[in-house]
Design a protein around this ligand. Structure first.
Ligand code: BGC
Length: 348
């Protein structure tokens, strides 16, 4: 079967290749892939900066954001042929660590987890895959290929879950949130913020293209430029760019008892001059919390499925700026200026 694969850590190796049919050891549920979403992590893997092949293999099939249709499922699994499904990205480490042992693989402590399409297991950018029912999440049939937005939504569902767990360490009634970055993660973070009844502000560097209107149509406010020029003092910041200077600007702008969640992975080696004493003083005197958030567990996928089911499907559809057929797969991995989310289509 056809699959998009790379030799991890070697740039220039991404290709449409042949892979054997899915291994029955992967699970009793057989799924045909409808589409995979392309994200920054895929581009990093393609650039040779990240990724691990499955043990004993040279190439890794990409794709961790997916939507597929069940072809076969055992009775009693809660799944049936025809269901639209998304596969979870991470699998617990084999030990397992205390978190993985209780289904919180997103909080794995020893780093020996695997991630489909990223770390030591083939991903969903192949025509078919096999999987165990516990790592499959059903999406509303009406969502169609927009179900590929479930995985990035699960990442922000986790971020929101943890923001509120941290915020409610004391009496807390947040009013406003600033989301930095209006890419798919930023826009989905904004959607979930609106669904939580917050005043949502989104900051990005562009002042044209589809992003300003996408934000306005959520009932949120769009800003471009730097954080200081917005004049905001948000209770919550969700940082979705990985730009180091924005992290410190956001810490400066937050209201007392502020919670800043970092979701963007930045490249290493970008040093910044920072007054560490001032940062420490500010955080201590205002009870600020800055924390990182990655990946998602099953509960977050389910929360994400509910969030997508509540969202306006026409708005979600506008997040998908391009759908590229498998025959022209190279185009899916070439960024274009107005891209929000690009889908690579495997089938109807
Ligand atoms: C994925 C996460 C994954 C992370 C690190 C992100 O792009 O959405 O599921 O944990 O990359 O590999």
């Amino acid at each position: 079967m056809r699959a998009i694969t790379v030799v991890p850590l070697q740039a220039g190796t991404v290709s449409l290749t042949d892979l054997p049919e899915p291994d029955p050891a992967d699970g009793p549920v057989l799924v045909e892939t409808i589409a995979v979403g392309v994200c920054g992590t895929d581009l990093e893997i393609i650039a040779g900066d990240y990724g691990w092949a499955p043990p004993g293999e040279q190439r890794l099939a990409l794709g961790h954001e997916s939507i597929g249709r069940v072809l076969e499922a055992p009775s009693g699994s809660g799944l049936a042929a025809g269901d639209l499904v998304v596969g979870v990205v991470r699998r617990p480490d084999p030990e397992p660590c205390p978190n993985c042992a209780m289904g919180q693989w997103d909080m794995c402590r020893n780093g020996n987890y695997t991630e489909w399409g990223i770390k030591a297991h083939h991903g969903y950018a192949r025509e078919r895959y096999r999987i165990t029912p516990e790592f499959v999440v059903k999406v509303a049939p009406g969502l169609g290929e927009l179900g590929a937005l479930l995985e990035p939504t699960s990442v922000v569902a986790k971020a929101w879950d943890h923001i509120f767990r941290i915020g409610t360490r004391a009496s807390w009634s947040p009013q406003s949130v600033l989301v930095t970055g209006a890419g798919p993660i930023g826009l989905l973070a904004a959607l979930l913020g609106v669904q939580r009844g917050l005043q949502v502000h989104v900051l990005d560097q562009v002042d044209r293209g589809p992003k300003p209107q996408l934000v306005a149509d959520l009932g949120a406010t769009y800003h471009h430029g730097d954080i200081a020029s917005t004049g905001l003092g948000p209770d919550i910041v969700v940082e979705c760019t990985g730009v180091g200077s924005l992290v410190f600007d956001a810490m400066d702008a937050m209201a007392p008892n502020g919670v800043l969640c970092l979701t963007g992975v930045s490249p290493k080696g970008r040093a910044l001059g920072v007054d560490a004493g001032e940062v420490n003083r500010h955080m201590v005197l205002e009870n600020d919390v800055v924390f990182g958030s990655v990946n998602a567990n099953r509960a977050h996928y389910e929360a994400a499925a509910q969030a997508l089911a509540k969202a306006d499907p026409a708005w979600l559809a506008r997040l998908v700026s391009r759908q590229v057929p498998l025959e022209r797969w190279q185009e899916a991995y070439q960024r274009q200026p107005d891209d929000v989310k690009v889908l690579l289509r495997f089938g109807a």
